[in-house]
Design a binder for this molecule. Sequence first.
Ligand code: G6Q
Length: 549
Amino acid sequence: MFSSAINKSKAWKKLESHAKSMRNVLMKDLFAKDDKRAEKFSLSLNDTLFLDYSKNRITDKTMSYLLELARSRHLDEKIKAMFRGDKINVTEKRAVLHIALRNRDNHPIMVNGKDVMPEINAVLKKMRQFSEDVRFGRFTGYTGKKLTNIVNIGIGGSDLGPFMATEALRKYWMKGIQCYFISNIDGTACAEVLNKVDPETTLFIVASKTFTTIETITNAKTCRKWLVDALGEPAVSKHFVALSTNAEEVAKFGIDTKNMFEFWDFVGGRYSMWSAIGLSLAIAIGMDNFEKMLEGAYAMDKHFAETDFEHNIPVIMALIGIWYNNFMGIHRYCVIPYDQYLKFLPAYLQQLDMESNGKSVDLSGDFIKYATGPALFGGAGTDVQHSFFQLIHQGTEIVPCDFIVPAISHNEMGNHHEILLANVLAQGEALMKGKTVKEAAEELKAAGKNPEEVEFLKKFKSFSGNRPSNTFILKKVDPYTLGALVAAYEHKVFVQGIIWNIDSFDQMGVELGKKLTLGILPQLQNENIELNHDCSTNALIKLVKYLRK
Ligand code: G6Q
């Protein structure tokens, strides 16, 4: 076990004192001094994904100290351990093998002495067969009609991945197929989808690793009843399939395990879109495209496992995040895809990052005394430019941004895409350069303002600048590039977890609320159960009961 006192290490201390010397350094001065800065601080993968990280408050020294920190955390050994199938999810004693799901050269990966690849390949084969049967009308609904409405019922990791990727790859959907996602326990989620679809042409995919999640099981039961009311019990086997690790619960629910697509406990929920959890996506875009997405992820996996840290995209992304989070006191970041199809990417990454690294106990079981996972938010550009970008440009909080934009759009629509590109590039430049008070005053003067107005307005019109961003240019949002991009973020989160010495693969923080829900539910339903909470919760329970009468 490596030392958990990482914030006492030599590498950490060096970065702390370096951060002090960087406090007043302006990025625009660094650019002025070095016209090779952009070239030096940029990386790419196969001409499909390009990262410019030069607009960060970093110098060569910063990067060399950060790399020293990574090495001092034995990152190379940890990467090997993950790829080898070691049980690096220590609290749950599980291997972490989403990389095996896209191991396209099919080399053996052993868990408990057994190669996991034959089972993975068998499920991929079953997914291909089934998705093609649905797409080409060989597997039909109970009344013989083609299944054209695909409804994924799942939540968290069993929803966000396929939901995000299905939207991202909408351009690849088969004509006639529509995908829907039900996740929230709010009956509205179910009602709104069921209002749109026809039982005879609807396939429900119940996605749940455990098959015990209250939201998913409740939504699935409601959909099942809706179907049985319309078509009768025998229709269930033609309209319901399950994606799960738990055959027993699937059978108990009333889905034939023949109609179950398996995955395994070495696939974490939020890392599962590459597995059977991606079935809705595979039906929409076809298995060839689904496998292209796996290939993109595999290319990033290989890059991550084999490239020296200086040129390693996920490692650099992680180290820059660590720099702000642990040495510059900036505990948040923003992801802004400039692509309508990627609009759900921030929500997906929120789970990936915040559920993985929102931890405060280290691998030795001790409370941590340094910052771990930052808060992440985001939204689609240019929409968010007209909302929260005010704070990003002029607020007192610094928010490092990841801008993501494809060079080629699926819908260029005249000059729309060029306007979009101009916007994203302008944002990065504006954040970095800013506008001094003097420059603002000169502009006001040139615009004909009188001296009092110039004096009053000049600070409002100034921009402090020196605000960091990364720019990702994708060639195009296609299955391969999406796979590579998502895998890059997965590995970034992994690297940060290693540096912080935490278990990025459990999620115990979601348990307490779930448990209390089960206590409150009968209290809402039954008058005679004593309320045993704090006075706020007791009063809120009484209030909603009163309002519902
Ligand atoms: C993800 C989490 C969590 C999980 C959901 C759904 O990593 O484990 O978001 O995916 O709670 O769980 P089930 O798939 O078991 O229904």
